[in-house]
Design a protein around this ligand. Sequence first.
Ligand code: HEM
Length: 519
Amino acid sequence: MGFFELSRVFFILALVVSLLYLFFRLLFSCWVLPIRVYRKIKKNGFDGPIPSFPLGNITEIKISKNVKDSSFGFSGISHDIHSTVFPYFANWQKIHGKVFIYWLGTEPFLYIAEPEFLRKMSSSVLGKNWGKPTVFKRDRKPMFGSGLVMVEGDDWVRHRHVITPAFSPANLKAMTSSMVEPANLMLDEWTALISSGRSEIDVEREITTTAGEIIARTSFGLSNQKGRKVYEKLRAMQITLFNSNRYVGVPFSKWLCLKKTLEARKLGKEIDQLLLSLIVARKMTWDGSTQKDLLGLLMEGSHADGGAGKSLTTRELIDECKTFFFGGHETTALALTWTLLVLALYPQWQDQLREEIREMIGDDGEIDFTRLSSLKKMEWVMKEVLRLYSPAPNAQRQAREDIKVDDLIIPNGTNIWIDVVGMHHDPALWGDDVNEFRPERFENDSLYGGCKHKMGYLPFGFGGRMCVGRNLTMMEYKVVLTLMLRRFSFSTSPNYRHSPSTLLSLRPRHGLPLIVQLI
Ligand code: HEM
């Protein structure tokens, strides 16, 4: 056999071996591994809908969503939204109870809407020992990278250690001016619209844009052109990633929406470059004084570390800026948006909040930020809105060790999906008035609103991984709502169609047109 023939045989052999290797790897990760985890979960007696290969239960999910979409228009507004937002979970709950297994593609998930089970499960796991589902990590990499939302283990401890002090009350107070200016700009535009005879405004779109500006300013400053560019690209990436029909968990699903995947990746790289140049510019002009946005505070925190191993690298700083944007902008905007809906529906609460503002803050002029904490009724309203229309409709975990719950073992590697909307609308936890808007339920129980179980109210998640930005949100909510209610009144528009739906967060599918009038 000549040299060329021999090398051809070798080449073909190498190709066959590589293809076989790839095939078996794929079979192992898409089939053998998930089945192994599934069998272990199943051993505990958990039931669930029957999956098919390779979509799992995605077909049922999509069908039930479509049925709901076509049948649910505006015909009176009900806050009983679980079966609208998650019709498949509502159906499966009736058959399989509040803890069961379902499949996204080839990934089994343990569904939980049972607070006592959740308490037992989480009480034995430290924050740093929880994982986030690998399948979501991959999917959301361009958004969060290795930022706090996704990072695990000792890295999570290090990130949380540097980030938590940035959200201290003193630092948050220094950020309030970054909130007032964009909010006032939006409200001035509303005034101009109303004066020109247009009183119907899609407040969801407006508030989302403004909250984006606020979070960009509080995260990395938006006073210059570069900051604005980062903001615009971040928005574009979010729309690219989440407005497409995706098949998370299905092998090769990225190839099905290749254009979107590539677009998001390209935007991700551009954003990284822009943020990198922002950070480098700050490092070069560093004079020891801190710019009081989150990036400045994190850089200061890293500086103060003096090499003690608790600082963040430049790559990690970039990912945290993106994380704050994606974790903090739409969620806060939606809390405000849903609030305007309920205030338009219950004008007596609008009056009560306006009265409280008048008493505690004053009718006009600058807001005394130290007095925001005295807006108690506003706090009840926020908490009730976060209960009925939780912007983060679920929380996710992945077991990184076997977890014992009574006699059951949740095996290492199990994906976990906690249905927050399900628990927030469960009459067994809240009583017969579960679907009524009753902010006063938080008057005597400001943390849990009278919920029968402390793990039944989870707007900001739970345990060590609870939302790090919740106080920033509370402050932004109070500042923006105060500014709004001092200038405008809100009532429902006949053009509003009540259709809460999830696109990562819980949003009104058709926006929120409201009739806005000057006071
Ligand atoms: C109404 C507004 C908000 C809601 C409803 C919300 C909700 C949540 C939820 C449910 C989690 C997951 C917790 C868990 O897995 O147990 C979370 C985590 C997180 N949130 Fe928020 N959030 C809000 C605002 C913000 C803001 C303003 C920021 C930052 C500027 C922020 C940054 C984060 C970060 C970094 C994490 C990850 C924490 C960790 O894993 O250690 N969030 N949030």
